[in-house]
Design a protein. Structure first.
Length: 355
């Protein structure tokens, strides 16, 4: 781990607030940001003095390595405000640890826990008025790191910028989510960076996802790059399949992100006596289950997406509509999860952390 200067955070408050300009009842996901951001630079092999300052654009040298070689990683987390106006994070240690795993894979420096967690807590405290109460409201937290070192030589940068920005949000998807199962394109390959939350993993999905959007689908479910026979993840979320009364989800791997919501739902399902099998799920099994009526539900799980039911899927130009069901496991798990996150139900797992 890199050396740390355990300096106090310098706080530069904005003279004015944009909060009154925001229509909180009509938010488009991730498009509005609070008054401040957290920033800490890595230079000369050390983390520098952290600062919280007004949210604003900043200058970068055109030869910064992030633009040329894509050294960029991020996390997605949420904070919730309960009925007593206390603010809670959900499993922040999971995001912190995954961030540093991504950093290691992308040859970037690890961010010390003190910088990450203190920065996050103090930023949330300062912009606390932007966190709205009530189920469905949350503050989406986007920690990220980019390579700021200059020069177009293809080596890892020496300098980096770590930042946290905050965006008040409601739901990520609105309306029906129909998915296309990938037959040709891949999200990740063994030995690659699929398990890292690297910006490039998302860029690589945009072109095939655009094609899917044009064909009327909101998302792609990626299949394994070697055989395109195994169902992997949807890119903005991990996926679960319910066949009869058992939930199936792919194991995390070098290609599949170790989703915090995914692992939480697995634990919640077990606690609710819902059978869960973590094993590769074949496209052929899914098609067969859709044909014989044993496929009951498909849903995505992610911080942004929470639990997003999928209404149907297409594979090899055949569309399979899922049955409308009365007792949805997706909804049962979503209720349990969001009750815990919003402190409407006791958190017996110890996942919620007060700031
Ligand atoms: C999240 O769920 O937080 C993510 O990072 C997915 C992102 C593409 C919105």
């Amino acid at each position: 781990m890199s050396t740390t200067q355990t300096n106090k955070i310098e706080i530069l408050k904005s003279a004015t607030s944009k909060i009154n300009e925001v229509d909180f009842g009509n938010l488009s996901f991730g498009s509005v940001f609070t008054d401040h951001l957290f920033e800490c630079d890595f230079k000369n092999g050390e983390w520098q003095k952290p600062v919280i300052k007004p949210y604003a654009p900043f200058l970068l040298d055109p030869s910064s390595r992030v633009f040329h070689y894509g050294q960029a990683i991020f996390e997605g987390m949420k904070a919730y405000k309960d009925a007593n106006d206390d603010v809670w994070l959900f499993r922040p240690d999971e995001n912190y640890n995954r961030f540093n795993k991504s950093a290691l894979r992308m040859a970037m420096p690890e961010v010390p826990e003190e910088i990450f967690m203190n920065g996050l807590n103090q930023l949330l405290q300062l912009d606390e008025a932007w966190i709205k109460k009530g189920k469905g409201n949350a503050m989406y937290i986007r920690p990220f790191m980019i390579a700021t070192g200059t020069g177009v030589i293809a080596n890892p940068s020496h300098d980096y910028k770590f930042m946290i920005i905050l965006s008040p949000v409601t739901s990520y998807y609105s309306g029906d989510v129909k998915v296309l199962i990938a037959e040709h394109f891949s999200r990740a390959a063994n030995g690659g960076i699929g398990a890292a939350k690297a910006a490039g993993n998302y860029a690589a999905q945009f072109y095939p996802t655009n094609l899917a959007n044009q064909a009327g689908f909101q998302q792609v479910i990626w299949t394994d790059d070697a055989t395109h026979t195994k169902l992997e993840e949807a890119g903005t979320m991990n996926v679960f399949f319910r066949i009869n009364d058992t939930l199936f989800t792919a194991p995390v791997s070098e290609r599949i992100l170790d989703g915090v919501t995914r692992k939480t739902l697995i634990e919640l399902a077990k606690s609710e006596n819902i059978a869960v099998e973590i094993r590769p799920v074949l496209v052929s099994e899914l098609v067969e289950a859709a044909k014989n009526g044993s496929l009951k539900e498909i849903f995505g799980a992610g911080t942004a997406a929470v639990v997003s039911p999928i209404s149907g899927f297409s594979y090899q130009d055949v569309y399979y509509d899922l049955p409308k069901i009365e007792k949805s496991v997706a909804i049962q798990l979503k209720d349990k999860l969001t009750n815990i996150q919003n402190k409407l139900e006791e958190d017996t797992f110890g996942w919620t952390v007060k700031i």
